[in-house]
Design a protein. Structure first.
Length: 593
């Protein structure tokens, strides 16, 4: 049996990464994944290597997932051993570039047939293994699924033909047919530390039922029939992926739905088991033409929050609006803002919650520093997926260094207590002290190298387990309070600055947040003559960090004014919703308006 040691190590790192960086991971649809047999999973791909880690860590039955890698990477014996142990499968060229339904595409070359292309994939599937294929072809940040490529369907169709011709090993694959399971991976805010993840496994797609026509008519098989089968399979995959994820027609609609959720779920987050459904409900609502004005108002508020680096949750906690219809002066005075800031300062550092969090915070400082520096120097500021993966992985690396250092210091202390006056006391003390003296002796090498190594590994695991649990049990409340402190300082600083007149033209630059940069590997879908579906030009060349500067105080002042307008607008939208929709939202924690 192939132990796949590298894969097991990477999977454990993936589990630690998800547990440390995200506050909650919800998995749904596990019953759709078979425990055994050939399987192709097709996850959505919007967060670089984090998606790979999420699939490896959440797949039911802890099945090994193999991903495609270029066959040339297997030429070196050392690299090949690592890739094979990691479960990678060699392919001769990009399977997503196979001749599919694209108009005018040429048939595959005779020297490199589809069967040759997927040969190693066939062998893996015939042994009942799992093949992971990202059908979107690349990781990107878009308001909806931008493209679906056909590599997974080509592999499935060619495997069916290969199996029909006797290529599958009946002893290993049995009578189980190949199944494709789409996977929707949705992040509440993928670049933000301690955000949440929803992983939903879709309904299994029985490949046999789609490939039946390949063998009809005296086993006549043409490239055209195969293309048709591939197209039908990918249509089902795309349909399920769309239902499993959040899809908006344009950025404005997505931004409006995000801020609406933030304003309606302030005290408690949206339960993850309904997060996608709730999000899509708001997307569909703001896609309607009768809510265009409301959407623009909400997007303006969302944008000002972005440029002032605030969040509605922090703002609402610090400066709540008790009555949005009669609140006459939404702008607090500088003196009141200073009072709020001092209160948050004391609550951040002197609260018992903060004092209990101090030890794990100090231990995890390298994780915070490494993650922040890696995201700053290795990822572009506007690329959310790059920010997320570098923060997560380098933060985990920093945590590992901290745990190792604590383990080393504890080991030295235990070795030190085995000698001298302290050691004599422990040798005659209670059983616990005697046990500590014995452990110190083992770590000092008195029982041999093997026992010392095993004890040191166990000590490292125990230290890591305690520190992770301690840190994660307190990080969310302290991190939330820290964000409130920062928000109160920014408001105080903004309101304390000298008011400056700002023109409408200057403010309009901040009416919409900048869209993420375009991914060159995405085939753009057609848009309206004015730009995107909302009628606003989707200018991906705009540099969000080179806008004409506007004093922070002016943006803060307009932020408070726009917040009132946004709440009033959302209140109107709320009462325009159907009663069953409002009941559904309230039943899942929505506070209503």
């Amino acid at each position: 049996m192939d132990l796949k040691v590298v894969y097991r190590v990477l999977r454990k790192i993936s589990e630690w990464t998800l547990e440390g960086y995200y506050s909650e991971v919800h998995i749904a649809g596990s019953e759709h994944v078979p425990e055994g047999g050939p399987l192709i999973i097709t996850p959505s791909h919007h967060n670089e290597l984090i998606d790979v880690a999420t699939v490896a860590a959440t797949i039911p039955y802890r099945r090994h997932v193999s991903f495609w890698a270029k066959s040339t990477m297997f030429a070196n014996p050392i690299t090949r051993a690592i890739l094979v142990s990691a479960g990678s499968i060699p392919v001769k060229r990009n399977p997503n570039r196979t001749p599919d339904a694209d108009a005018g595409s040429a048939p595959a070359s005779k020297t490199s047939s589809q069967a040759d292309l997927f040969h190693d994939s066939f062998l893996a599937l015939s042994r009942g293994q799992v093949l992971g294929v990202f059908p979107e072809g690349t990781s990107y940040t878009e308001p909806s699924i931008a493209q679906i490529m056909s590599g997974a369907a080509w592999a499935a169709a060619e495997y069916a033909k290969w199996q029909r011709c006797g290529g599958a090993d009946k002893a290993t694959s049995g009578d189980r047919g190949l199944v494709i399971v789409p996977v929707g991976i949705v992040y509440t805010d993928k670049a933000k530390y301690r955000s949440r993840v929803v992983v939903r496994y879709g309904s299994p797609i029985n490949v046999t039922s789609y490939c039946a026509e390949l063998f009809e008519g005296a086993f006549e098989d043409t490239q055209e029939i195969t293309r048709k089968v591939v197209k039908n399979i990918m249509a089902e995959v795309e349909s399920q992926l769309t239902a499993l994820t959040i899809n908006a027609p344009d950025w404005d609609t997505l931004y409006a739905s995000r801020i609406a959720k933030d304003m309606l779920w302030v005290d408690t987050p949206i339960p993850l088991h309904v997060y996608v459904d709730v999000s899509q409900l708001f997307v569909d609502m703001f896609s309607k033409s009768d809510h265009l004005q409301a959407r623009d108002t909400l997007v303006r508020y969302y944008s000002l929050l972005h440029y002032t680096r605030q969040s509605h949750a922090s703002l609402d906690h610090l400066y709540p609006l008790s009555n949005i219809n009669t609140y006459a002066s939404p702008l607090p005075s500088p003196v009141y803002a200073a009072t709020i800031f001092l209160k948050q300062l004391l609550n951040t550092f002197l609260h018992p919650r903060a004092l209990c969090f101090l030890p794990p915070f100090l231990v995890h400082r390298p994780a915070y520093v490494f993650g922040t520096l890696a995201a700053h120097f290795l990822a572009k500021r506007e690329e959310e997926e790059g920010q997320a993966q570098f923060k997560a992985f380098f933060g985990g690396f920093g945590s590992g260094l901290s745990y190792g250092l604590v383990t080393w210091r504890l080991s030295k202390w235990l070795q030190g207590i085995t000698s001298g006056t302290q050691g004599v006391f422990l040798s005659t003390g209670p059983g616990l002290f005697s046990a500590l003296r014995y452990v110190g002796g083992v770590l000092a090498g008195q029982e041999g190298t093997l026992k010392r190594t095993i004890t040191l590994a166990g000590l490292f695991y125990g230290v890591s387990w305690i520190l992770v649990r301690w840190h994660n049990s307190l990080i969310d409340s302290n991190y939330r309070q820290f964000k409130r402190l920062v928000a109160s300082f920014r408001v105080f600083r903004g309101l304390s600055s000298r008011p400056t007149d700002v023109t409408e033209a200057q403010l309009d630059q901040y009416a919409r947040p900048p869209p993420p940069p375009a991914n060159p590997f995405i085939k753009r879908r057609p848009v309206t003559s004015n730009g995107n579906a909302s009628g606003h030009e989707d200018n991906r060349t705009t540099d969000a960090f080179s806008l004409a500067p506007v004093p922070t105080g002016m943006l803060i002042r307009h932020l408070f004014d726009t917040r009132v307008k946004a709440l009033q607008t959302l209140s109107h939208v709320w009462w325009c919703m159907d009663r069953p929709q409002r009941d559904f939202l309230r039943s899942n924690g929505c506070r209503g308006l």
